[in-house]
Ligand binder design. Structure first.
Ligand code: FES
Length: 124
């Protein structure tokens, strides 16, 4: 089962305190992640918007029948290794829930939501 790291390539990160001074860190993050991935069942895919535009740059960890994590405030220069490590832990898990001890700092601080798989049923 493939794990996909979706990376928003539309996020604008302000750099000068006004609306006209910004960069788009997503494409650099896609490249940084791509260069770190091996043949380990994890892929990276660019996406236009994950609807968390105020937390650039935003990523989602997804796989069939697993919980999905949405994570923001990811920097391509300092967090690519951590996101790849988190994706490998996610891929190794049964249900997508990454144990707290395996979550790198950017994951712990940046997590916005986790969403259950479509077939999820709570145990009663
Ligand atoms: S533009 Fe990146 S989440 Fe909307």
């Amino acid at each position: 089962m493939t794990t996909t790291i979706f990376v928003c390539v539309s996020c604008r990160r302000g750099s000068g305190g006004n609306d006209e001074s910004f960069d788009r860190p997503g494409p650099a993050l896609v490249q940084a992640i791509e260069s770190r991935l091996r043949d380990d069942g994890v892929a990276v895919t660019a996406v236009d918007c994950l609807a968390v535009c105020k937390r650039p740059c935003t990523v989602a960890l997804c796989a069939a029948d697993k919980w999905t994590y949405l994570i923001g405030d990811i920097d391509p220069d300092s967090h690519a290794d951590e996101i790849v490590a988190a994706a490998l832990s996610f891929a190794a898990s049964d249900n997508g829930i990454v144990p707290w001890r395996e979550r790198p700092p950017s994951f712990r601080k940046g997590v916005i939501a986790r969403v259950p798989p479509a077939n999820h049923k709570e145990m009663q």
